[in-house]
Design a protein around this ligand. Structure first.
Ligand code: SIN
Length: 281
């Protein structure tokens, strides 16, 4: 089946129409979608009426399921989590900091699929930042200081008992099933500048959301470089703002983009189902 790919007109992102994702896809269609995903990094499929079975089948067309720590799956599923907020919820917004999903893992996920079920009439956009574009435009002086260095990634700031979603958060009215754990204290090194594992295109990997330091640096030198890296990689020029609709599936490439949630929908429920595409190697 031919697919139609319409670029967003922003730095990355495209809308895909044509395939019916509630049906199994043939190999040629999967290959076309993969190619568009690698080119545009964020794909939106509007007007798709999907069950959780459909969402899981779509995810598995692009890799194995990834491992989702610290968030309980929804009832009856092992690989679907709910990104959810009720109209009157007062807990801090989930995922409001820029991040790359689960970058603290040894083999971070290739991608994420997020399906819009209940979408507020205003607000709740997801922002993406294209990390190939950010590297391409980076001043040589900053690039030279980052190239060859490895960042120290950890989930501790979020999911350790002392973290943002830790023990103190469990006293809030958060509707998401977050499971903090001492395992979040673990650390993992990844190169800051690295080639995309499938396309070979160089980009920046990771961000202060899960990055707690730079290997081999400390004190002011580490803080300054982390700050300059973050300020550059999240600049407006590298951003795509995604506006949601109900029945829309979005898949993004965690190896190419950062993302973050936004608020602005107090008084309205928001519910999306999320799966993770694991690394294929
Ligand atoms: C996420 O990081 O998975 C959530 C993004 C969003 O809620 O917009």
């Amino acid at each position: 089946m031919a697919i139609d790919v319409r670029p967003s007109g922003q730095v990355c992102g495209a809308t895909v129409t044509g395939p019916d994702l509630s049906q199994p896809l043939d190999d040629a269609t999967i290959a076309e979608i993969r190619s568009a995903w690698l080119e545009h990094h964020v794909l939106a499929f509007p007007q798709q009426r999907l069950t959780d079975d459909d969402l899981e089948r779509f995810t598995l067309a692009f890799g194995p399921f990834g491992d989702d720590p610290f968030i309980a799956p929804i009832d009856g599923r092992d690989h679907v989590i709910a990104i959810q907020r009720t109209a009157d919820e007062t807990a801090p917004l989930f995922a409001e900091n820029w991040h790359t999903d689960w970058s603290f893992q040894e083999h971070p996920p290739a991608g994420t699929c997020l399906y819009g079920i209940t979408i507020p009439p205003t607000g709740g956009d997801t922002l993406f930042a294209d990390q190939h574009a950010a590297l391409d435009a980076m001043p040589d002086e900053l690039r030279e200081r980052l190239e060859g260095r490895r960042a120290i990634h950890s989930a501790r700031g979020g999911y350790a008992p002392s973290g943002m979603y830790g023990d103190a958060d469990s006293a809030t009215d958060r509707s998401m099933s977050i499971r903090p754990s001492a395992e979040a204290e673990a650390t993992q090194l990844h190169p800051i500048v690295r080639d995309h594992p499938e396309t070979g295109r160089p980009g920046l990997f990771g961000c202060i959301g899960y990055v707690i330091g730079i290997d081999g640096l400390d004190g002011d030198a580490e803080r300054e470089l982390l700050g300059e890296w973050y300020a550059w990689q999240t600049r407006d020029d590298f951003r795509y703002r995604h506006e949601w609709e109900a029945d829309m599936l979005v898949m993004w490439d965690n190896r190419s983009v950062l993302h973050r949630a936004t608020g602005g929908y107090d008084g309205h429920d928001r519910l999306l189902h999320r799966t993770t595409i694991g690394a294929s190697s």
